[in-house]
Design a protein around this ligand. Structure first.
Ligand code: NAD
Length: 416
């Protein structure tokens, strides 16, 4: 993987360019360049073989001016403090773009979840929770699932936090199972939001959805939902990929059969009705729409010139590097940036938090309709800025987000 710039340098550069363009006051610019809080913890965990392993974990709150900090927790061997800081800043922008009253946070633990048992993951999660317990809470900082964490992980966090407080505190996390206060529609919300931004993009470009050739990298909580929904919309899903490889079929994969294969084998690779290709080749396939839904830094200076898609919707966080962005701009590829495209997840997390506070729960239909309204409104606001200021959608999204956070900062003023 090309690491031409780490994600932290990338997001700082984006902030600097935005600050310059909107003439941001230096003190607000400097404030936004730094995280509000960065906590590094060591997490001792008893492993199944009775040895003790010490893991490193992070929780970073970038900004809490517009409300409590909000952001996922990821488990991966690749986690670094810089990455978590960058993702926390992106969460600040994401919440501002969809105009929900949250700031940005992110957490992560350096571990290899694929090699750990369920029991080890539970002990890791509970101890990590207890190490960061002083800075999280329904009014402070509300974690959610991200890479390799899920609703079960959130249930363990909620339980550990509640035991510490002595009463149940469902609002400490979102993305919980429905049985303990989760929201209908949350598991599919990020993927659904990605699809809403794509539908709006196609409308703007005056293109039909039917028969469009789509490539999706990543077949996890986000990618698999995107594929399902687009398959139902009549798209031809010609390629999908996961960590261990990708599959390709020129006239479109049968997604129902692919899902059955994946349920049995745990991966899309090995699906008999398709050719196996590398992840590198997957991104370079001739298609209409490319949806990176796995990791950051996937489209780089190295492969950007070989990308053949007309539209890229960034379901993952930071999949396109700034150097690649420039090349894709010259190729006139329309990019829906991550902070807009994948904001559906945090939007329904907000719904979950609101429903939990009111102890009044909505139907999935209500959730999906409200989600579509918010994402569509955000999309057209970003598009309006993009057209008016003649800037790409990414810069337009940053202008909207940084302006909203700056306005709140100005109004609140500087203490003391
Ligand atoms: P996940 O763990 O459920 O799935 C990740 C997928 O990516 C898996 O299919 C995995 O095999 C694949 N993958 C991992 N490494 C890869 C590699 N090197 N090459 C190709 N594929 C690889 O994670 P997720 O929740 O679906 O998150 C995916 C992306 O979406 C991340 O960037 C995450 O930050 C972002 N995101 C997720 C949410 C959410 O609600 N889950 C919300 C916003 C953004």
């Amino acid at each position: 993987m090309n690491k031409e710039k780490n994600l932290w340098q990338t997001v700082l550069q984006q902030l600097d360019e935005t600050a310059k363009r909107i003439n941001l006051e230096p003190w607000i610019h400097q404030k936004l360049q730094k995280s509000k809080r960065e906590l590094t913890v060591s997490i001792p965990v008893k492993m199944d073989n009775n040895s003790v392993e010490i893991f490193t974990g992070y929780r970073v709150q970038h900004n809490i001016t517009r409300g409590p900090a909000k952001g996922g927790i990821r488990y991966s061997p690749e986690v670094t403090l810089d990455e978590i800081k960058a993702l926390a800043m992106l969460m600040t922008w994401k919440c501002a773009i969809v105009n929900i009253p949250f700031g940005g946070a992110k957490g992560g633990v350096v571990c290899n979840p694929g090699k750990m048992s369920e029991e080890e993951l539970e002990r890791l999660t509970r101890r990590y929770t207890s190490e960061i317990i002083s800075i999280i809470g329904p009014e402070r900082d509300i974690p959610a699932p991200d890479i390799a964490t899920n609703s079960q992980t959130m249930a363990w966090i909620m339980d550990t936090y509640s035991i510490d407080k002595g009463y149940s505190v469902p609002g400490v996390v979102t993305g919980k199972p429905i049985a303990i206060g989760g929201s209908e529609g949350r598991t599919k919300a990020t993927g659904r939001g990605v699809v809403y931004t794509l539908l709006n993009t196609l409308k703007h470009l005056d293109l039909n959805i039917e028969g469009r050739r789509v490539v999706v990298q990543g077949y996890g909580k986000v990618g698999s939902v995107v594929v399902d929904l687009l398959f139902k919309e009549g798209c031809r899903i010609i390629g999908v990929g996961e960590i261990d490889g990708a599959v390709y079929k020129a006239d479109g994969l049968n997604i129902n059969k692919l899902n059955k294969h994946r349920e049995k084998s745990g991966s899309v690779v090995g699906f008999k009705e398709a050719d196996i290709i590398s992840n590198k080749k997957l991104l370079e396939l001739k298609c209409d729409i490319l949806i990176p839904a796995a990791l950051e830094n996937q489209v780089t200076e190295d492969n950007a010139s070989r990308i053949k898609a007309k539209i890229i919707v960034e379901a993952a966080n930071g999949p396109v590097t700034p150097a690649a962005d420039k090349i894709l701009k010259e190729k006139k590829i329309f990019i829906v940036p991550d902070i807009l495209a994948n904001a559906g997840g945090v939007t329904v997390s907000y719904f979950e938090w609101v429903q939990g506070l009111q102890s009044y729960f909505w139907t999935e239909r209500e959730v999906n309709l409200k989600l579509r309204d918010i994402i569509t409104k955000a999309f057209y606001k970003v598009l309006e800025i993009s057209l008016k200021k003649k800037v790409p959608m990414r810069m337009a999204a940053h202008i909207l987000a940084v302006n909203r956070v700056a306005e709140a900062t100005r109004i609140r003023g500087l203490y003391p």
